[in-house]
Design a protein around this ligand. Structure first.
Ligand code: UDP
Length: 151
């Protein structure tokens, strides 16, 4: 990821979206809108990463199911850049519950149930910055570790 700013936001294809072969289609929606893909990786999310990512939700009754869902396969984590990308991408993704998501939104078009809602997008600039650091700078930290070990 080149540079953090309020012009960047994380968007992830969750395990159901990967399993259902929606990665290309979801990327295409954001590219068509005019946003620029500036970071992408596929990874298996750990319980630790998820407890930080969803730190406001760890006490919720649905949290154990959420972790099972988010660890059921790989996630495609991305960073997108562009004008008002945090707000606009959230609108393109639609409400958390697909039952309330209008047609034309990712969740409204591709999902039915709140516990299988295909995609993640941040809901605030602060959240976006925190999540980009969490999902992408872990790799950089481990790279420094290996450089240290090799030296
Ligand atoms: N979720 C769920 N049941 C609920 C509420 C949320 O399974 O009743 C899951 C759902 O996958 C959602 C995620 O928890 O996307 C995070 O919830 P949040 O309220 O942060 O919604 P989001 O920001 O993803 O729209």
């Amino acid at each position: 990821v080149a540079e953090l700013s309020s012009k960047d936001t994380p968007i992830s294809v969750k395990p159901d979206g990967v399993q259902r072969r929606y990665v290309g289609q979801i990327i295409q929606r954001f590219e068509k809108r005019g946003f620029k893909l500036v970071g992408l990786k596929m990874l298996q999310a750990s319980d630790g990463l998820l407890s930080q990512h969803y730190r406001e939700l760890v006490k919720k009754p649905f949290y154990p199911n959420l972790v099972d869902y988010m660890t059921s396969g790989p996630v495609v984590a991305m960073v997108w850049e562009g004008l008002n990308v945090v707000q606009s991408s959230r609108r393109m993704v639609g409400p958390t519950n697909p039952a309330e998501a209008p047609a034309g939104t990712v969740r409204g078009d591709l999902s039915l149930h709140v516990s299988r809602n295909v995609v993640h997008a941040s809901d605030s600039v602060e959240g976006a910055e925190r999540e980009i650091k969490l999902w992408f700078e872990v790799v950089e930290a481990s790279a420094f570790f290996w450089i240290y070990v090799c030296l």
